[in-house]
Design a protein around this ligand. Structure first.
Ligand code: ZN
Length: 220
């Protein structure tokens, strides 16, 4: 399984012939190394909420260019349909669904949004179960997510101001009982946490903190 950090909250995962994107904000992203029109293959594009830095507009473009299914909260999926996406899968918090043969869960996120509610996703890829928290504050329900879904790899925001910061994200890992994390939603803008150093120090040596550079990939 290959995971690429697209910068900010954007993640691309290739696993056993399937390609998925989560929050692919590329257009206007100061740290993105990829252009939206370079993306030729995608099976599903997950969008956690409609804030501009989470890539709704680019997700719609990717889905139109590749035939991928747009996945989001019910109201946002309906909007994607109205915006011309052929395949959409809308759901709501707590629900499980399957897209392109991949089972996933719509999970809660403590945040705001203009269309529908904000989400996170637990995605059961063939090689690993991953959790993308979306934009969120820390919440106790993460303990239940860890118990129910056995998360192998988490994508957690550490930027603070709009989401958890390093301290809260470290606690989130503990609640999730997860040993591997790729920090996201930091160092994109000057107001956000500038590096993963403090986060790595708080979580300690027992946890694998994979701090990528935007555009970089890691094989699992
Ligand atoms: Zn947001």
């Amino acid at each position: 399984m290959k995971v690429t950090w697209l910068g900010h909250a954007g993640i691309e995962i290739e696993d056993q012939g399937k390609t998925i994107f989560i929050d692919p904000w590329l257009t206007g992203n100061p740290v993105a190394t990829k252009k939206v029109d370079e993306i030729k293959k995608a099976d599903a594009v997950f969008v956690t909420h409609d804030h501009g830095d989470h890539g709704y507009a680019d997700a719609v473009t990717i889905c139109k260019n590749t035939g991928a299914t747009f996945v989001g909260i019910f109201e946002l999926a309906n909007k994607a349909k109205e915006d011309g996406v052929g395949n959409v899968l809308g759901g709501n918090i707590g629900g499980t669904a399957t897209v392109a043969g991949i089972e996933f869960v719509f999970t809660e996120a403590l945040h705001s949004s203009s269309v529908g509610a904000p989400l996170g996703f637990v995605i059961k890829l063939p090689s690993m179960t991953v959790y993308h928290a979306g934009d969120t504050g820390l919440f106790m329900g993460m303990k239940l997510l860890g118990e129910l879904y056995d998360v192998d790899l988490a994508f957690l925001p550490i930027g603070s101001l709009f989401t958890m910061g390093p301290k809260e994200a470290a606690k989130a890992l503990e609640l999730l009982s997860c040993q591997k994390v790729i920090p996201i939603h930091y160092k994109t803008f000057p107001v956000l946490t500038k590096s993963a150093e403090e986060f790595s120090e708080i979580v300690g040596p027992m946890i694998d903190v994979i701090a990528l550079e935007p555009g970089d990939s890691k094989e699992f």
